[in-house]
Design a protein around this ligand. Sequence first.
Ligand code: GLU
Length: 256
Amino acid sequence: MSNQKWVIKIGSALLTNDGKGLDVAAIDAWVEQIVKLKSQSIDVILVSSGAIAEGVKRLGWEARPQSIHQLQAAAAVGQMGLIQTYESLFATHDIHTAQVLLTHDNLANTQQSDNISATLNALLELGTVPIVNENDTVATEEIKFGDNDTLAALVANLVGASKLIILTDQGGVYDADPRQDANASLIDSIQVSDEKLTKVASRSGGSLGSGGMYTKVLAAQTAAKSNTNTVIASGREVNVLTRLGAGEHVGTLIHC
Ligand code: GLU
């Protein structure tokens, strides 16, 4: 039987250490868990943001700039640190990483997406962990909106992933905005076509339309096109990835 393929997306809010570059200790914990998943015949493609945050630190800037070209420049600088961090942490487990920088346009182009899919599959067969980010020099979609949520879903479609896991700084999808409503409760499991989610996805409507969930729910809807179930869970939950690997329910499952 062939290995399961999981696409795991880790966003900027989780990866940064209070805005001071990368939180290496947190990254190390996810790396350890991915190594365990791999030993359980789960192939992982990691979609990681964090380049801009690391670039801002490396360039000695006080804060994230406004100008899109400065953000792109920060991403180019920070991508070096991001990859360096993953490569050295996975190297302690004798696992190679591979840098894969993509744009939405690349994935929409048949010839290019064929090449991307063949390369990703070859990298997984070689036992590596592909680390995907937007090619921020070429494209700005994910900088402006979504922080790689869409990119991760498109990659899940391309490889026919069995799961898309979006790690975030919230526990999952709530039935109201938890920052404004103390009675908000976590949705454990929901069908991708459920109208509650459609309300989230309509952005303006619905009580769930805030809290950074909009692009995550859209990503789950995109992932469903390849029959891929999505889990949105807190990356700060202890052993979140290995617990999901063991079949435990964590966060919100958005199923087909
Ligand atoms: N590709 C960007 C990064 O890695 C997107 C995230 C962001 O806008 O902060 O930093």
